[in-house]
Design a protein around this ligand. Structure first.
Ligand code: CU
Length: 148
């Protein structure tokens, strides 16, 4: 392949990729809650497309009497256990969220009845775990953001 041909094919790939992402990119508005006083999210999985603007609102719908605090923390593939442990070490002052680079985005720590919305661009394709990093919750309070 000549230099000129290489430049042409590279340019073609870039143009094609841009056209596809521009046509497909959209905004995904997702609502998540807790399941009453159980340590689980209302959705165990959510699917979006790479490049989409993802707007997630998480509401802590547990009862006032239960006094449970929760958050929603999206992490890089296969890092849920490490981030959960590191978040316990981070402590209450940090809202139980590790400053690890494996954390992609997270809501505030929410009391009963509170909600928070985070907006981010869906990363490259993969399965991204989301967990509640309040100590002891991540074992069951988890799900997967499938990015296609
Ligand atoms: Cu929780």
């Amino acid at each position: 392949m000549s230099f000129k041909e290489k430049i042409f094919s590279f340019g073609f790939i870039v143009l094609t990729a841009t056209a596809i992402s521009a046509a497909d990119a959209s905004t995904d508005t997702i609502s998540l809650t807790t399941k009453h006083d159980q340590l689980t999210y209302s959705k165990a999985s959510v699917s979006v497309k790479t490049g989409d603007t993802v707007k997630i609102t998480f509401k802590n719908t547990s009862s006032k009497t239960a006094g449970l605090q929760h958050n929603w923390v999206l992490v890089k593939p296969n890092t849920a256990d490490q981030v959960a442990s590191a978040s316990i070490t981070a402590g209450a002052d940090k809202g139980w969220v590790s400053e690890s680079p494996d954390v992609i985005v997270h809501t505030k720590l929410l009391n009963s009845g509170e909600s928070d919305t985070v907006t981010f661009t869906a990363p490259e394709a993969g399965d991204y775990p989301y967990i509640c990093t309040f100590p002891g919750h991540a074992a069951t309070m988890k799900g997967v953001l499938h990015v296609k």
